[in-house]
Design a protein around this ligand. Structure first.
Ligand SMILES: *[C@@H]1O[C@H](CO)[C@@H](O)[C@H](O)[C@H]1NC(C)=O
Ligand SMILES: *[C@@H]1O[C@H](CO)[C@@H](O)[C@H](O)[C@H]1NC(C)=O
Ligand SMILES: *[C@@H]1O[C@H](CO)[C@@H](O)[C@H](O)[C@H]1NC(C)=O
Ligand SMILES: *[C@@H]1O[C@H](CO)[C@@H](O)[C@H](O)[C@H]1NC(C)=O
Length: 686
């Protein structure tokens, strides 16, 4: 080759390149030509093909469009940022264009000529468009069309008035505005009898029935997540017969047939919004497993003898290769904290619960009102410590009874549907409030009880010595400290140290991470300490009775009452502590899943709804001013310490009785009666 010809060639190429790139902002990478123009540019065969080498297989246009014939070697056409409502004129590729991608476009009219001019399209993908409806199309002319994707658009309707059938396998229509599946409106599935995968996630479909899939019997994957589904009805065993994977997550108000699994014989995975949907599935697992094994054998036999089946191009996952994952088919599987039934198994138990709620609300409210009245009518300086403390306790118990009221309301509202609707309640703000009230109530209650017990212990045991009154400020500080601590403890789940929404009782008993465990340990440690103080104080009081040389019949009675009281506290508090301690210490070995902790819903229900309220029902009768009221009404002649007792009055009383030369006895009397007036004793003390 001589130099002139080389120069000639060089000039030739330079000419082409300069003519092309002077006008067109295009670059060639390997097998793709990519054009990005600042102004919209309409390419055509004369502006592009001349400059293209034969190796280019894809055209990528940004802010441009292509009209007219496409070269034979182009397989992919990508149009990005197209800013008109409709395509100007067709691009034409009779047999070679495979993939069409349209992205971020203002296109709102779906071209009806796509397959007329581009018969060999196999993938059409439109993302972020303004297309609202496709009522007429020629997609059936693309015999190789397998995947159609129109996503993140405004699609409301996709129908076809002609009775056409597409050979489509995959249809992705997620993030659109489809509201129903039907022949006339919304999405008409009759067009796609060969569909295998359908993605309708993030649309606005409300109701759906298995009848909607009567023509798509080979559907294997169905994604309906994040719609507004309220009803999914399985009515016919023959539809959805090949479905293997279904996603219904994010449909918070979903109702489906209880026996849905009977309608999905080939199901491998199903994702449901809530665990309770899998309750039935879990119960039926053994029989399902059997059924599946049988089917597997059957399929094997079929495929051995069926030549047609062997020739069919099946996409990898043959029935034989499907492994049945017995515990993974239904997501999420209910754990031990998911109720699979209504909150109360019988109306008798519901009655008992209402009784507890009623007693606890009424008695605490009454006690609260009475002691508040007493506090209001007497001046601040003459407030009795025990009235203040017992009204404090009544308030705390009243707060924890509000939790029971909320649970009662939820139970009345949902009744037998409790386990179905439980997620609505669990995810609500009401649940947060209920959980907060619960922790706040029980914590302040046990604190108030401890304070009251300690004060009584102090009064009785040290009544012989010269008593220094507790200054009101001191008392009020202690009371406020209790409320503050309870408030902080109850607020922790709000900052994600444990969680109110972890179970359908809205109690923060999640055990998933270290903080959850720490939180529960904290609760338990508080409880155990307070219970220990209460038991010790009461024990010392009893011990003191037994040691003294004067035995009154009251001693035995008081001891008995104290014993009852301690037992009541233990019954109401200890079971929950035991359950939680076990759950914290014993990691279930059978499961690697950390959320499978050993708290059982029924145990927690028993502890929280039936045992714990026991003490708050009990307390008003035991401690509060209710009994004090009774006492003041029934005794007038005997000079006992007044309910509005202060240490000052005490010492006056003591010195007065000392003058009457009653010696030790009055002191003894006093200690008993000061206990008595809180224990609601009968008036006839010796
Ligand atoms: C290609 O487009 C140019 C203008 O952009 C036009 O003048 C020309 O006629 C078009 N050629 C064909 C073959 O359509
Ligand atoms: C054409 O599109 C397909 C599907 O996205 C892709 O796998 C292929 O690499 C593309 N071809 C070219 C030349 O870019
Ligand atoms: C049409 O596309 C298929 C692949 O989808 C390809 O095998 C076939 O050769 C194409 N037809 C023509 C005429 O190019
Ligand atoms: C269904 O679609 C959602 C959102 O598009 C996606 O996150 C999810 O993984 C899909 N489900 C399945 C089973 O593929």
């Amino acid at each position: 080759m001589n130099s002139t010809s080389i120069i000639f060639h060089l000039i030739f190429f330079l000419e082409i390149f300069s003519s092309l790139y002077a006008r067109l902002p295009c670059e060639i990478h390997d097998d793709e030509i990519s054009c990005r123009s600042s102004e919209f540019y309409n390419f055509n065969s004369s502006s592009m093909n001349s400059g293209m080498t034969r190796s280019v297989q894809a055209i990528h246009l940004i802010n441009g469009y292509y009209s007219g014939m496409l070269a034979d070697n182009i397989h992919n056409l990508t149009i990005v940022d197209y800013s008109y409502k409709t395509f100007l004129s067709p691009f034409i590729s009779p047999s070679t264009l495979h993939n069409l991608f349209i992205d971020h476009t203002f296109l709102s009219i779906f071209p009806t000529w796509l397959c007329t001019y581009n018969k060999n399209l196999s993938v059409i993908a439109i993302d972020y468009s303004n297309i609202e409806q496709i009522v007429e199309h020629d997609l059936h002319l693309c015999l190789n069309l397998r995947t159609l994707r129109i996503i993140n658009s405004d699609l409301r309707q996709f129908t076809n008035s002609y009775n056409v059938e597409l050979f489509l396998h995959n249809l992705y229509l997620n993030h659109n505005h489809l509201t129903e599946i039907s022949r006339e409106h919304g999405l008409s599935l009759n067009q796609f009898p060969y569909l295998r995968s359908l993605d309708l996630s993030s649309n606005q479909i409300k109701t759906i029935s298995s009848d909607n899939f009567d023509r798509t019997s080979s559907l294997k994957q169905l994604n309906l997540s994040h719609n507004h589904l309220e009803n999914f009805q399985f009515t016919n065993m023959c539809h959805l017969i090949s479905l293997e994977k279904m996603d219904l997550r994010g449909n918070n108000y979903l109702n489906i047939n209880e026996n849905w699994h009977d309608y999905l014989p080939h199901l491998i995975n199903i994702y449901l919004p809530y665990a309770y949907f899998c309750c039935n599935y879990k119960n039926n697992l053994p029989s399902l497993y059997e059924k599946h094994n049988k089917k597997l054998k059957f399929d094997k036999t079929i495929s051995l003898f069926n030549d047609e089946d062997r020739n069919k191009p099946r996409d990898g996952s043959n029935t034989i290769s499907i492994s049945f994952q017995s515990d993974q088919a239904c997501f999420p599987l209910p754990d031990q904290m998911t109720p699979c039934e209504s909150l109360f198994s019988s109306s008798f138990i519901r009655f008992i619960f209402s009784l507890i709620v009623f007693v606890s609300v009424i008695s605490n409210l009454t006690a609260l009102i009475i002691s508040l009245c007493r506090l209001i009518t007497s001046s601040y300086n003459r407030w009795s410590i025990s009235t203040v403390l017992s009204s404090n306790l009544a308030l705390a118990d009243f707060i924890s009874s509000i939790y029971l009221v909320l649970v009662g309301i939820i139970d009345i509202r949902f009744n037998e549907d409790f386990h179905i609707k439980t997620q609505l309640w669990t995810n609500s703000h009401l649940c947060t409030i209920a959980g907060f009230i619960y922790i706040f109530g029980i914590q302040s209650s046990i604190y108030a009880l401890t304070l009251l017990t300690f004060e009584r212990f102090y009064t009785i045991l040290f009544s012989f010595k010269r008593q220094t009154p507790w200054p009101p400020k001191f008392i009020l500080t202690f009371i406020s400290l209790g409320w503050l601590i309870s408030f902080i403890v109850a607020s922790l789940p709000l900052i994600n140290i444990n969680d109110f929404h972890a179970n359908s009782l809205c109690v923060p008993f999640r055990i998933e991470n270290v903080f959850d465990r720490l939180y529960l340990s904290l609760l338990i440690i508080f409880d155990v300490c307070f219970i220990a103080i209460i038991i010790t104080c009461n024990g010392l009081i009893c011990f003191n009775f037994s040691k003294s040389h004067v035995h009154t019949s009251n001693d035995a009675r008081a001891t008995l009452k104290i014993l009852t009281l301690v037992i009541a506290i233990c019954i109401s508090r200890i079971p929950l502590i035991i359950f939680i301690v076990f759950a914290l210490l014993i990691r279930p070995s059978y499961s690697p899943n950390i959320s499978d902790y050993d708290l059982h819903f029924n145990n927690i229900k028993l502890a929280v709804l039936f045992l714990q309220p026991l003490s708050s029902c009990f307390n008003p009768f035991m401690y509060s001013s209710l009994s004090a009221l009774k006492w003041t009404q029934t005794t007038t002649e005997f000079d006992r310490p007044k309910p509005a007792r202060k240490a000052l009055e005490f010492s006056q009383f003591r010195s007065a009785s000392a003058i009457f030369n009653r010696g030790y006895h009055p002191l003894r009397m006093m200690s008993i009666s000061s206990l008595e007036y809180r224990l609601s004793s009968s008036p006839n003390t010796p």
